[in-house]
Design a protein around this ligand. Structure first.
Ligand code: HEC
Length: 126
């Protein structure tokens, strides 16, 4: 217990200071599991359900899926979805975009990191 804590601490201290700690861990495999929380509302394709289709979401401007009826706040947002903006959206959707219809948040940083990796794997145009 103590030894692994010390090890974790040593690893943390050995990391270059510019590495954002919130984005430290995550895996595609875990991301696929976390996405099960999203799948009720989101397709991994261009198809819109309760939420917009998420194919190609990473790198896309927010609120731009064709044919999806966004909330006025997301529709008028100037955000572009990248690792940082997705991380903060998934941490607290209404903190980043007040008035958004999406309310589900992902509290654990490594779950967010993993699901973002998974989103990155969803190519546009599917
Ligand atoms: C209960 C339904 C629901 C769940 C569950 C849900 N979402 Fe959403 N999501 C929405 C809705 C509705 C919107 C559109 C919000 C708006 O128009 O304000 C949205 C929007 C988004 C957007 C912005 C899309 C765009 O085109 O700008 C992303 C990214 C997103 N969701 C990711 C996720 C992820 C990742 C999860 C799982 C961790 C998730 N959502 C879970 C309903 C949901």
């Amino acid at each position: 217990m103590h030894r692994s804590f010390k090890f974790a601490l040593a690893t943390l201290l050995a990391m270059p200071m510019h590495v954002p700690i919130a984005l430290a861990e995550g895996s595609l495999e875990q991301g696929e599991k976390v996405f099960k929380r999203c799948a009720a509302c989101h397709a991994t394709t261009d198809q819109n359900k309760t939420g917009p289709g998420l194919a190609g979401i990473v790198g896309r401007a927010a609120g731009k899926a064709a044919g999806y009826n966004y909330s006025p706040s997301l529709a008028s947002s100037t955000l572009v979805w990248d690792e940082q903006t997705l991380d903060s959206f998934l941490q607290g959707p209404r903190k980043l975009v007040p008035g958004t219809k999406m309310t589900l948040s992902v509290p654990k940083p490594d779950d967010r990191q993993s699901v973002i990796l998974y989103l990155k794997s969803l190519a546009a145009g599917n």
